[in-house]
Design a binder for this molecule. Structure first.
Ligand code: VG1
Ligand code: CO
Length: 544
Protein backbone atom coordinates (compact mmCIF):
# COMPACT_ATOMS: atom_id res chain seq x y z
CA UNK A 1 0.00 0.00 0.00
CA UNK A 2 1.44 3.36 -0.95
CA UNK A 3 0.81 6.81 0.38
CA UNK A 4 -0.01 9.25 -2.39
CA UNK A 5 0.41 13.00 -2.16
CA UNK A 6 -2.19 14.73 -4.31
CA UNK A 7 -1.76 18.32 -5.43
CA UNK A 8 -4.78 20.53 -4.87
CA UNK A 9 -5.92 24.15 -4.80
CA UNK A 10 -7.90 25.86 -2.01
CA UNK A 11 -11.68 26.37 -1.90
CA UNK A 12 -12.65 29.73 -0.46
CA UNK A 13 -15.87 28.58 1.26
CA UNK A 14 -14.73 26.07 3.88
CA UNK A 15 -15.38 28.17 6.98
CA UNK A 16 -17.07 26.06 9.68
CA UNK A 17 -20.31 27.56 11.03
CA UNK A 18 -22.20 27.05 14.30
CA UNK A 19 -21.61 23.31 14.10
CA UNK A 20 -18.96 22.35 11.54
CA UNK A 21 -18.79 22.68 7.77
CA UNK A 22 -22.18 22.17 6.11
CA UNK A 23 -22.74 22.16 2.37
CA UNK A 24 -24.90 20.36 -0.13
CA UNK A 25 -23.76 16.88 -1.18
CA UNK A 26 -22.79 18.01 -4.73
CA UNK A 27 -20.46 20.61 -3.19
CA UNK A 28 -18.79 17.91 -1.08
CA UNK A 29 -18.56 15.63 -4.12
CA UNK A 30 -16.45 18.09 -6.10
CA UNK A 31 -12.97 16.67 -6.64
CA UNK A 32 -10.73 17.36 -3.59
CA UNK A 33 -13.43 19.24 -1.63
CA UNK A 34 -13.81 16.80 1.26
CA UNK A 35 -10.10 15.89 1.11
CA UNK A 36 -8.99 19.53 1.37
CA UNK A 37 -11.03 20.04 4.52
CA UNK A 38 -9.96 16.77 6.12
CA UNK A 39 -6.28 17.48 5.39
CA UNK A 40 -6.74 20.96 6.88
CA UNK A 41 -8.07 19.33 10.06
CA UNK A 42 -5.05 17.02 10.22
CA UNK A 43 -2.59 19.83 9.43
CA UNK A 44 -4.01 21.94 12.25
CA UNK A 45 -3.85 19.25 14.94
CA UNK A 46 -0.56 19.22 16.79
CA UNK A 47 0.97 15.90 17.77
CA UNK A 48 -1.62 13.85 15.87
CA UNK A 49 0.96 11.21 14.93
CA UNK A 50 0.20 7.86 16.57
CA UNK A 51 -2.98 9.15 18.24
CA UNK A 52 -6.48 7.65 18.31
CA UNK A 53 -9.41 9.27 16.52
CA UNK A 54 -13.12 8.42 16.59
CA UNK A 55 -15.08 8.46 13.31
CA UNK A 56 -18.75 8.07 12.48
CA UNK A 57 -21.80 9.83 11.17
CA UNK A 58 -25.57 10.02 11.10
CA UNK A 59 -25.91 7.62 8.16
CA UNK A 60 -27.01 10.18 5.63
CA UNK A 61 -26.19 10.00 1.93
CA UNK A 62 -22.41 10.16 1.29
CA UNK A 63 -21.60 9.05 4.88
CA UNK A 64 -20.00 5.75 3.89
CA UNK A 65 -18.01 7.15 0.96
CA UNK A 66 -16.67 9.95 3.14
CA UNK A 67 -15.72 7.52 5.91
CA UNK A 68 -13.64 5.37 3.54
CA UNK A 69 -11.84 8.48 2.25
CA UNK A 70 -11.18 9.81 5.75
CA UNK A 71 -9.86 6.42 6.94
CA UNK A 72 -7.35 6.31 4.08
CA UNK A 73 -6.31 9.91 4.71
CA UNK A 74 -5.91 9.26 8.45
CA UNK A 75 -3.66 6.29 7.64
CA UNK A 76 -1.59 8.46 5.29
CA UNK A 77 -1.24 11.17 7.93
CA UNK A 78 0.24 9.00 10.66
CA UNK A 79 -2.87 8.54 12.83
CA UNK A 80 -2.28 5.53 15.12
CA UNK A 81 -5.79 4.17 15.40
CA UNK A 82 -9.34 4.99 14.33
CA UNK A 83 -12.44 3.77 16.18
CA UNK A 84 -15.22 3.77 13.62
CA UNK A 85 -18.88 2.98 14.18
CA UNK A 86 -20.25 -0.16 12.52
CA UNK A 87 -21.81 0.78 9.16
CA UNK A 88 -20.34 4.22 9.65
CA UNK A 89 -22.94 5.00 12.32
CA UNK A 90 -22.33 7.08 15.43
CA UNK A 91 -24.85 9.56 16.76
CA UNK A 92 -23.27 12.86 17.79
CA UNK A 93 -23.73 12.12 21.52
CA UNK A 94 -22.43 8.56 21.09
CA UNK A 95 -19.33 9.91 19.31
CA UNK A 96 -18.74 12.29 22.21
CA UNK A 97 -19.15 9.36 24.65
CA UNK A 98 -16.70 7.15 22.70
CA UNK A 99 -14.07 9.92 22.47
CA UNK A 100 -14.21 10.44 26.24
CA UNK A 101 -14.30 6.78 27.27
CA UNK A 102 -11.32 5.91 25.09
CA UNK A 103 -9.44 9.09 25.87
CA UNK A 104 -9.12 9.57 22.16
CA UNK A 105 -7.29 12.55 20.73
CA UNK A 106 -10.49 13.70 19.02
CA UNK A 107 -13.15 12.68 16.55
CA UNK A 108 -14.65 13.45 13.18
CA UNK A 109 -18.46 13.44 13.00
CA UNK A 110 -20.20 13.41 9.65
CA UNK A 111 -23.56 15.06 9.86
CA UNK A 112 -25.65 17.99 8.78
CA UNK A 113 -27.81 17.42 11.84
CA UNK A 114 -31.45 18.33 11.18
CA UNK A 115 -30.90 19.35 7.54
CA UNK A 116 -32.43 16.96 4.97
CA UNK A 117 -30.22 14.24 3.44
CA UNK A 118 -29.91 12.72 -0.02
CA UNK A 119 -27.99 13.23 -3.28
CA UNK A 120 -29.13 16.85 -3.56
CA UNK A 121 -29.55 17.62 0.12
CA UNK A 122 -26.96 18.38 2.80
CA UNK A 123 -23.82 16.86 4.24
CA UNK A 124 -21.47 18.07 6.95
CA UNK A 125 -18.27 17.42 8.82
CA UNK A 126 -17.32 18.46 12.31
CA UNK A 127 -14.21 18.01 14.43
CA UNK A 128 -14.49 17.29 18.17
CA UNK A 129 -11.60 17.67 20.60
CA UNK A 130 -10.27 15.49 23.42
CA UNK A 131 -13.01 16.42 25.90
CA UNK A 132 -15.55 15.02 23.41
CA UNK A 133 -16.98 18.42 22.50
CA UNK A 134 -17.04 20.52 19.33
CA UNK A 135 -13.74 22.23 18.57
CA UNK A 136 -13.65 25.77 19.98
CA UNK A 137 -13.55 28.75 17.65
CA UNK A 138 -9.80 29.18 17.80
CA UNK A 139 -9.39 25.63 16.48
CA UNK A 140 -12.02 25.91 13.74
CA UNK A 141 -10.56 29.29 12.69
CA UNK A 142 -7.12 27.70 12.37
CA UNK A 143 -8.63 24.90 10.24
CA UNK A 144 -10.32 27.46 8.04
CA UNK A 145 -7.08 29.43 7.63
CA UNK A 146 -5.40 26.22 6.53
CA UNK A 147 -8.10 25.53 3.89
CA UNK A 148 -7.26 28.87 2.27
CA UNK A 149 -3.65 27.93 1.52
CA UNK A 150 -3.72 24.15 1.21
CA UNK A 151 -1.82 22.78 -1.80
CA UNK A 152 -1.67 19.00 -1.23
CA UNK A 153 -3.19 16.14 0.72
CA UNK A 154 -2.10 12.63 1.63
CA UNK A 155 -4.12 9.49 1.02
CA UNK A 156 -3.33 5.80 1.22
CA UNK A 157 -3.99 3.72 -1.85
CA UNK A 158 -5.91 0.79 -0.37
CA UNK A 159 -9.10 -1.21 -0.62
CA UNK A 160 -12.16 -0.12 1.38
CA UNK A 161 -12.52 -1.44 4.94
CA UNK A 162 -15.50 -3.70 5.64
CA UNK A 163 -17.67 -1.76 8.11
CA UNK A 164 -20.52 -4.31 8.22
CA UNK A 165 -19.62 -5.75 11.63
CA UNK A 166 -17.31 -5.06 14.56
CA UNK A 167 -13.71 -6.16 14.02
CA UNK A 168 -10.09 -5.07 13.85
CA UNK A 169 -8.24 -4.21 10.66
CA UNK A 170 -5.00 -2.66 9.45
CA UNK A 171 -4.84 0.17 6.97
CA UNK A 172 -1.14 0.58 6.22
CA UNK A 173 0.36 0.92 9.68
CA UNK A 174 -2.87 2.33 11.20
CA UNK A 175 -5.26 0.21 13.28
CA UNK A 176 -8.93 0.40 12.46
CA UNK A 177 -11.39 -0.88 15.03
CA UNK A 178 -14.98 -1.16 13.89
CA UNK A 179 -17.06 -0.77 17.06
CA UNK A 180 -20.66 -1.32 18.14
CA UNK A 181 -21.99 2.25 17.99
CA UNK A 182 -24.88 1.63 20.41
CA UNK A 183 -23.50 -0.39 23.35
CA UNK A 184 -21.18 2.17 25.01
CA UNK A 185 -23.90 4.80 24.81
CA UNK A 186 -26.60 2.56 26.29
CA UNK A 187 -24.26 1.61 29.15
CA UNK A 188 -23.60 5.25 29.86
CA UNK A 189 -27.36 5.96 30.02
CA UNK A 190 -27.78 3.07 32.48
CA UNK A 191 -25.18 4.67 34.71
CA UNK A 192 -27.06 8.00 34.78
CA UNK A 193 -30.75 7.15 35.15
CA UNK A 194 -32.85 4.87 37.32
CA UNK A 195 -33.62 2.20 34.70
CA UNK A 196 -35.57 0.03 37.15
CA UNK A 197 -37.88 2.91 37.97
CA UNK A 198 -38.38 3.81 34.30
CA UNK A 199 -38.92 0.16 33.40
CA UNK A 200 -41.58 -0.03 36.09
CA UNK A 201 -43.37 2.90 34.47
CA UNK A 202 -43.10 1.59 30.92
CA UNK A 203 -44.31 -1.91 31.85
CA UNK A 204 -47.04 -0.81 34.27
CA UNK A 205 -49.71 -0.93 31.60
CA UNK A 206 -50.78 2.53 32.78
CA UNK A 207 -48.34 4.53 30.70
CA UNK A 208 -47.72 4.63 26.99
CA UNK A 209 -45.10 6.42 24.94
CA UNK A 210 -44.11 6.96 21.35
CA UNK A 211 -40.60 7.74 20.18
CA UNK A 212 -40.10 9.03 16.63
CA UNK A 213 -36.56 8.70 15.30
CA UNK A 214 -37.59 10.37 12.03
CA UNK A 215 -35.69 7.71 9.98
CA UNK A 216 -32.45 9.10 11.39
CA UNK A 217 -29.58 7.93 13.54
CA UNK A 218 -31.29 7.37 16.91
CA UNK A 219 -33.37 4.41 15.62
CA UNK A 220 -30.95 1.66 16.77
CA UNK A 221 -30.25 3.49 20.04
CA UNK A 222 -33.94 4.00 20.79
CA UNK A 223 -34.83 0.37 20.01
CA UNK A 224 -32.07 -0.81 22.35
CA UNK A 225 -33.03 1.57 25.15
CA UNK A 226 -36.81 1.70 25.20
CA UNK A 227 -37.84 -1.64 23.76
CA UNK A 228 -34.97 -3.96 24.77
CA UNK A 229 -33.74 -2.52 28.09
CA UNK A 230 -36.78 -0.72 29.41
CA UNK A 231 -39.49 -3.14 28.32
CA UNK A 232 -41.67 -0.85 26.23
CA UNK A 233 -43.69 -2.80 23.65
CA UNK A 234 -42.17 -3.18 20.21
CA UNK A 235 -43.56 -0.46 17.98
CA UNK A 236 -42.86 2.15 20.65
CA UNK A 237 -40.10 3.46 18.39
CA UNK A 238 -41.36 4.60 15.03
CA UNK A 239 -39.29 5.42 11.93
CA UNK A 240 -36.46 3.62 13.69
CA UNK A 241 -34.38 2.48 10.72
CA UNK A 242 -31.83 5.09 9.62
CA UNK A 243 -32.29 5.95 5.93
CA UNK A 244 -29.82 7.82 3.73
CA UNK A 245 -32.45 10.42 2.87
CA UNK A 246 -34.40 10.26 6.16
CA UNK A 247 -37.42 9.14 4.16
CA UNK A 248 -37.39 12.42 2.27
CA UNK A 249 -38.24 14.45 5.38
CA UNK A 250 -36.55 16.99 7.58
CA UNK A 251 -35.11 15.08 10.55
CA UNK A 252 -35.87 18.06 12.77
CA UNK A 253 -37.82 17.40 15.98
CA UNK A 254 -40.21 20.33 16.14
CA UNK A 255 -43.95 20.87 15.76
CA UNK A 256 -43.59 21.48 12.02
CA UNK A 257 -41.31 18.69 10.85
CA UNK A 258 -42.24 15.96 13.34
CA UNK A 259 -45.88 16.27 12.24
CA UNK A 260 -46.71 12.54 12.40
CA UNK A 261 -45.75 12.39 16.06
CA UNK A 262 -47.58 15.63 16.77
CA UNK A 263 -50.73 14.20 15.15
CA UNK A 264 -50.49 11.15 17.43
CA UNK A 265 -49.95 13.12 20.65
CA UNK A 266 -52.69 15.62 19.82
CA UNK A 267 -55.08 13.03 18.38
CA UNK A 268 -57.65 10.69 19.90
CA UNK A 269 -56.36 8.06 22.35
CA UNK A 270 -53.05 9.86 22.51
CA UNK A 271 -50.27 8.20 24.48
CA UNK A 272 -48.98 9.82 27.68
CA UNK A 273 -45.62 10.77 26.29
CA UNK A 274 -44.02 11.45 22.94
CA UNK A 275 -40.52 12.37 21.85
CA UNK A 276 -38.50 12.85 18.70
CA UNK A 277 -34.85 13.41 17.88
CA UNK A 278 -32.95 14.87 14.96
CA UNK A 279 -30.66 13.59 12.17
CA UNK A 280 -27.59 13.08 14.37
CA UNK A 281 -29.41 12.44 17.65
CA UNK A 282 -28.40 15.49 19.64
CA UNK A 283 -31.77 17.30 19.59
CA UNK A 284 -35.02 16.32 21.27
CA UNK A 285 -38.65 17.32 21.35
CA UNK A 286 -40.78 16.41 24.35
CA UNK A 287 -44.58 16.11 24.15
CA UNK A 288 -47.19 15.13 26.67
CA UNK A 289 -50.73 14.12 25.78
CA UNK A 290 -52.06 17.21 23.99
CA UNK A 291 -49.14 19.17 25.30
CA UNK A 292 -45.90 20.62 23.88
CA UNK A 293 -42.93 21.38 26.11
CA UNK A 294 -40.83 24.23 24.76
CA UNK A 295 -37.10 23.46 24.87
CA UNK A 296 -36.56 26.52 27.07
CA UNK A 297 -39.11 25.19 29.57
CA UNK A 298 -37.60 21.72 29.29
CA UNK A 299 -34.16 22.75 30.56
CA UNK A 300 -35.85 24.69 33.37
CA UNK A 301 -37.94 21.68 34.44
CA UNK A 302 -34.96 19.30 34.23
CA UNK A 303 -32.91 21.66 36.39
CA UNK A 304 -35.66 21.98 39.00
CA UNK A 305 -36.03 18.18 39.16
CA UNK A 306 -32.44 17.04 38.68
CA UNK A 307 -32.27 15.68 42.23
CA UNK A 308 -34.70 12.92 41.16
CA UNK A 309 -32.10 11.43 38.79
CA UNK A 310 -29.36 9.25 40.33
CA UNK A 311 -26.46 10.97 38.52
CA UNK A 312 -27.52 14.42 39.75
CA UNK A 313 -29.05 13.52 43.11
CA UNK A 314 -26.37 15.39 45.05
CA UNK A 315 -27.17 18.63 43.30
CA UNK A 316 -25.77 20.42 40.30
CA UNK A 317 -22.95 22.94 40.19
CA UNK A 318 -24.59 25.41 37.82
CA UNK A 319 -26.53 25.71 34.58
CA UNK A 320 -25.91 27.34 31.24
CA UNK A 321 -28.17 28.38 28.40
CA UNK A 322 -27.55 29.98 25.03
CA UNK A 323 -28.38 33.67 24.89
CA UNK A 324 -31.60 33.31 22.81
CA UNK A 325 -32.94 30.56 25.12
CA UNK A 326 -35.63 31.90 27.44
CA UNK A 327 -34.76 32.94 30.98
CA UNK A 328 -37.03 30.26 32.51
CA UNK A 329 -34.01 28.33 33.78
CA UNK A 330 -32.53 31.51 35.30
CA UNK A 331 -35.43 31.56 37.74
CA UNK A 332 -34.72 27.97 38.80
CA UNK A 333 -31.01 28.68 39.22
CA UNK A 334 -31.85 31.64 41.41
CA UNK A 335 -33.97 29.46 43.66
CA UNK A 336 -31.33 26.72 43.83
CA UNK A 337 -28.66 29.31 44.55
CA UNK A 338 -26.48 28.27 41.63
CA UNK A 339 -24.99 30.25 38.75
CA UNK A 340 -26.68 30.47 35.36
CA UNK A 341 -24.35 31.23 32.45
CA UNK A 342 -25.49 32.85 29.22
CA UNK A 343 -23.43 31.78 26.20
CA UNK A 344 -23.57 32.38 22.45
CA UNK A 345 -25.53 29.93 20.30
CA UNK A 346 -23.77 26.59 19.67
CA UNK A 347 -22.80 23.75 21.98
CA UNK A 348 -19.07 24.48 21.72
CA UNK A 349 -19.49 27.38 24.16
CA UNK A 350 -20.62 25.02 26.96
CA UNK A 351 -17.45 22.89 26.81
CA UNK A 352 -15.27 25.01 29.09
CA UNK A 353 -18.08 25.52 31.63
CA UNK A 354 -18.65 21.76 31.83
CA UNK A 355 -14.92 20.94 32.01
CA UNK A 356 -14.43 23.44 34.84
CA UNK A 357 -17.55 22.12 36.62
CA UNK A 358 -19.14 25.56 36.55
CA UNK A 359 -22.22 24.05 34.92
CA UNK A 360 -23.76 20.58 35.09
CA UNK A 361 -26.79 21.02 32.81
CA UNK A 362 -26.99 23.05 29.60
CA UNK A 363 -29.76 23.93 27.19
CA UNK A 364 -30.58 25.69 23.95
CA UNK A 365 -33.96 26.85 22.67
CA UNK A 366 -33.24 24.90 19.48
CA UNK A 367 -34.31 21.60 21.06
CA UNK A 368 -30.91 20.95 22.60
CA UNK A 369 -30.39 19.73 26.16
CA UNK A 370 -27.46 18.00 27.79
CA UNK A 371 -25.15 17.63 30.78
CA UNK A 372 -21.61 16.96 31.89
CA UNK A 373 -21.91 13.24 31.00
CA UNK A 374 -20.57 14.13 27.53
CA UNK A 375 -19.73 17.37 25.70
CA UNK A 376 -22.58 17.44 23.17
CA UNK A 377 -26.27 17.93 23.54
CA UNK A 378 -28.04 14.63 23.81
CA UNK A 379 -31.53 13.86 22.51
CA UNK A 380 -32.18 10.45 24.04
CA UNK A 381 -30.60 11.49 27.34
CA UNK A 382 -33.26 14.25 27.53
CA UNK A 383 -36.03 11.72 26.80
CA UNK A 384 -34.75 9.41 29.55
CA UNK A 385 -34.46 12.36 31.93
CA UNK A 386 -38.12 13.21 31.37
CA UNK A 387 -39.17 9.57 31.82
CA UNK A 388 -37.15 9.38 35.04
CA UNK A 389 -38.89 12.49 36.38
CA UNK A 390 -42.36 11.31 35.31
CA UNK A 391 -41.75 7.94 36.98
CA UNK A 392 -40.43 9.53 40.17
CA UNK A 393 -43.27 12.04 40.47
CA UNK A 394 -46.09 9.90 39.02
CA UNK A 395 -47.40 12.98 37.26
CA UNK A 396 -48.24 13.77 33.66
CA UNK A 397 -46.01 15.94 31.50
CA UNK A 398 -48.64 18.66 31.48
CA UNK A 399 -48.99 18.67 35.27
CA UNK A 400 -45.26 18.81 35.78
CA UNK A 401 -44.93 21.83 33.48
CA UNK A 402 -48.04 23.61 34.82
CA UNK A 403 -46.91 23.34 38.41
CA UNK A 404 -43.49 24.52 37.34
CA UNK A 405 -45.09 27.65 35.83
CA UNK A 406 -47.12 28.14 38.97
CA UNK A 407 -43.97 28.17 41.05
CA UNK A 408 -41.65 30.13 38.75
CA UNK A 409 -43.96 32.00 36.36
CA UNK A 410 -44.25 31.28 32.64
CA UNK A 411 -41.85 32.53 29.99
CA UNK A 412 -43.93 32.64 26.80
CA UNK A 413 -41.48 31.88 24.06
CA UNK A 414 -41.33 31.49 20.30
CA UNK A 415 -38.81 31.54 17.47
CA UNK A 416 -39.70 32.78 13.99
CA UNK A 417 -37.40 31.66 11.18
CA UNK A 418 -37.17 33.22 7.74
CA UNK A 419 -35.30 30.62 5.70
CA UNK A 420 -33.41 31.07 2.45
CA UNK A 421 -33.71 34.83 2.33
CA UNK A 422 -31.32 36.95 0.29
CA UNK A 423 -28.01 36.91 2.19
CA UNK A 424 -27.09 40.49 1.31
CA UNK A 425 -30.45 41.86 2.44
CA UNK A 426 -30.29 39.86 5.67
CA UNK A 427 -26.86 41.32 6.44
CA UNK A 428 -28.21 44.78 5.65
CA UNK A 429 -31.00 44.23 8.12
CA UNK A 430 -28.55 43.28 10.87
CA UNK A 431 -26.45 46.36 10.05
CA UNK A 432 -29.55 48.52 10.18
CA UNK A 433 -30.33 47.15 13.65
CA UNK A 434 -26.73 47.63 14.79
CA UNK A 435 -26.86 51.25 13.71
CA UNK A 436 -29.96 51.80 15.90
CA UNK A 437 -28.65 50.20 19.08
CA UNK A 438 -27.34 53.34 20.75
CA UNK A 439 -30.67 55.17 20.30
CA UNK A 440 -32.92 52.40 21.69
CA UNK A 441 -32.43 52.36 25.48
CA UNK A 442 -35.27 54.13 27.36
CA UNK A 443 -37.32 54.38 24.18
CA UNK A 444 -41.01 53.62 24.71
CA UNK A 445 -43.09 51.45 22.33
CA UNK A 446 -46.67 51.19 23.61
CA UNK A 447 -46.39 49.43 26.97
CA UNK A 448 -42.78 48.46 26.39
CA UNK A 449 -39.76 50.47 27.46
CA UNK A 450 -36.35 49.41 26.16
CA UNK A 451 -34.05 48.53 29.04
CA UNK A 452 -30.95 47.63 27.02
CA UNK A 453 -30.01 46.99 23.40
CA UNK A 454 -26.73 45.44 22.30
CA UNK A 455 -24.94 43.05 19.99
CA UNK A 456 -24.24 40.11 22.26
CA UNK A 457 -20.60 39.57 23.13
CA UNK A 458 -19.34 36.72 25.32
CA UNK A 459 -16.19 36.45 27.34
CA UNK A 460 -15.49 32.84 28.29
CA UNK A 461 -15.02 32.80 32.09
CA UNK A 462 -12.50 29.95 31.83
CA UNK A 463 -10.09 30.92 29.05
CA UNK A 464 -11.02 34.57 28.56
CA UNK A 465 -11.68 34.19 24.82
CA UNK A 466 -14.12 36.74 23.40
CA UNK A 467 -16.85 36.00 20.83
CA UNK A 468 -18.58 39.10 19.54
CA UNK A 469 -21.49 39.86 17.18
CA UNK A 470 -23.51 36.91 18.47
CA UNK A 471 -26.97 38.41 17.96
CA UNK A 472 -28.85 41.66 18.51
CA UNK A 473 -30.66 41.68 21.84
CA UNK A 474 -33.33 44.15 22.82
CA UNK A 475 -34.44 43.77 26.42
CA UNK A 476 -37.45 45.54 27.89
CA UNK A 477 -38.00 46.70 31.46
CA UNK A 478 -40.64 43.98 32.11
CA UNK A 479 -38.17 41.21 31.21
CA UNK A 480 -39.42 40.68 27.65
CA UNK A 481 -36.82 40.24 24.95
CA UNK A 482 -36.55 40.35 21.16
CA UNK A 483 -33.42 38.84 19.59
CA UNK A 484 -32.36 38.97 15.95
CA UNK A 485 -29.71 36.56 14.71
CA UNK A 486 -28.48 35.01 11.48
CA UNK A 487 -28.12 31.23 11.43
CA UNK A 488 -24.71 29.64 11.04
CA UNK A 489 -25.87 26.20 9.88
CA UNK A 490 -27.82 26.86 6.68
CA UNK A 491 -26.56 25.98 3.22
CA UNK A 492 -28.75 28.20 1.03
CA UNK A 493 -28.98 31.99 1.30
CA UNK A 494 -29.40 33.29 4.83
CA UNK A 495 -31.74 32.22 7.62
CA UNK A 496 -32.94 34.99 9.88
CA UNK A 497 -34.04 33.95 13.35
CA UNK A 498 -36.22 36.15 15.56
CA UNK A 499 -36.52 34.99 19.17
CA UNK A 500 -39.40 36.35 21.27
CA UNK A 501 -39.89 36.04 24.99
CA UNK A 502 -42.21 37.54 27.55
CA UNK A 503 -42.50 36.72 31.23
CA UNK A 504 -45.85 36.16 32.94
CA UNK A 505 -45.77 35.66 36.72
CA UNK A 506 -49.59 35.60 37.06
CA UNK A 507 -50.81 31.97 37.04
CA UNK A 508 -54.28 33.04 35.88
CA UNK A 509 -52.66 34.11 32.60
CA UNK A 510 -50.75 30.90 31.87
CA UNK A 511 -53.32 29.55 29.43
CA UNK A 512 -52.90 31.87 26.49
CA UNK A 513 -51.99 30.63 23.07
CA UNK A 514 -48.27 31.41 22.65
CA UNK A 515 -48.47 33.41 19.41
CA UNK A 516 -51.37 35.38 20.88
CA UNK A 517 -49.50 36.08 24.11
CA UNK A 518 -46.50 37.27 22.11
CA UNK A 519 -48.47 39.29 19.54
CA UNK A 520 -47.44 42.75 20.81
CA UNK A 521 -43.80 41.70 20.78
CA UNK A 522 -44.11 40.13 17.33
CA UNK A 523 -45.48 43.45 16.03
CA UNK A 524 -42.72 45.33 17.78
CA UNK A 525 -40.05 43.06 16.25
CA UNK A 526 -41.44 44.04 12.85
CA UNK A 527 -41.58 47.73 13.71
CA UNK A 528 -37.99 47.85 14.95
CA UNK A 529 -36.42 45.37 12.52
CA UNK A 530 -38.49 46.04 9.36
CA UNK A 531 -38.40 42.32 8.69
CA UNK A 532 -40.90 42.42 5.83
CA UNK A 533 -38.97 45.05 3.96
CA UNK A 534 -35.61 43.34 4.26
CA UNK A 535 -36.72 39.73 3.75
CA UNK A 536 -39.48 40.46 1.25
CA UNK A 537 -41.57 37.89 3.15
CA UNK A 538 -44.93 38.40 4.79
CA UNK A 539 -44.67 35.51 7.23
CA UNK A 540 -41.96 33.30 8.75
CA UNK A 541 -41.10 29.97 7.10
CA UNK A 542 -41.06 28.07 10.40
CA UNK A 543 -42.48 28.99 13.80
CA UNK A 544 -41.35 26.95 16.78
C1 VG1 B 1 -28.62 26.01 15.16
C2 VG1 B 1 -29.23 26.29 16.52
C3 VG1 B 1 -28.16 26.13 17.60
C4 VG1 B 1 -27.54 24.74 17.50
C5 VG1 B 1 -27.00 24.52 16.11
C6 VG1 B 1 -26.45 23.12 15.91
O1 VG1 B 1 -27.62 26.98 14.87
O2 VG1 B 1 -29.78 27.57 16.56
O3 VG1 B 1 -28.75 26.36 18.85
O4 VG1 B 1 -26.52 24.58 18.45
O5 VG1 B 1 -28.04 24.72 15.15
O6 VG1 B 1 -27.42 22.15 16.22
P1 VG1 B 1 -27.91 28.24 13.94
O7 VG1 B 1 -26.58 28.94 13.83
O8 VG1 B 1 -28.44 27.72 12.65
O9 VG1 B 1 -28.94 29.07 14.64
V1 VG1 B 1 -27.37 20.66 15.45
O10 VG1 B 1 -28.52 19.73 16.11
O11 VG1 B 1 -27.31 21.19 13.95
O12 VG1 B 1 -25.76 20.00 15.71
CO1 CO C 1 -28.22 17.79 15.57
Amino acid sequence: MTIKTILTTPFSDQKPGTSGLRKSVPVFQQPHYLENFVQSIFDTLEGLEGQTLVLGGDGRYYNLEAIQIILKMAAANGVGKVLVGCNGILSTPAASCVIRENQAYGGIILSASHNPGGPNADFGIKYNVTNGGPAPEKVTNAMYDRTLVIDRYNILEAADINLDRPGSFKLGTMDVEVIDPVKPYVEMMESIFDFDLIKGLLTSGKFSMCMDSLHAVTGPYAHALFEEKLGAPSGTVQNGTPLEDFGGGHPDPNLVYAHDLVAILFGENAPDFGAASDGDGDRNMILGRNFFVTPSDSIAVLTANAHLVPAYKNGISGVARSMPTSAAVDKVAEKLGINCYETPTGWKFFGNLLDADLATLCGEESFGTGSNHIREKDGLWAVLFWLNIIAAKSESVENIVRSHWQEFGRNYYSRHDYEEVDALRATEMMEHLRSMLATLPRKQYGDYIVDYADDFSYTDPVDGSVSSKQGIRIGFTDGSRIIYRLSGTGTKGATLRIYLESYEPDASKHDLETQKALEPLINLAEEIGQIRKFTERDIPTVIT
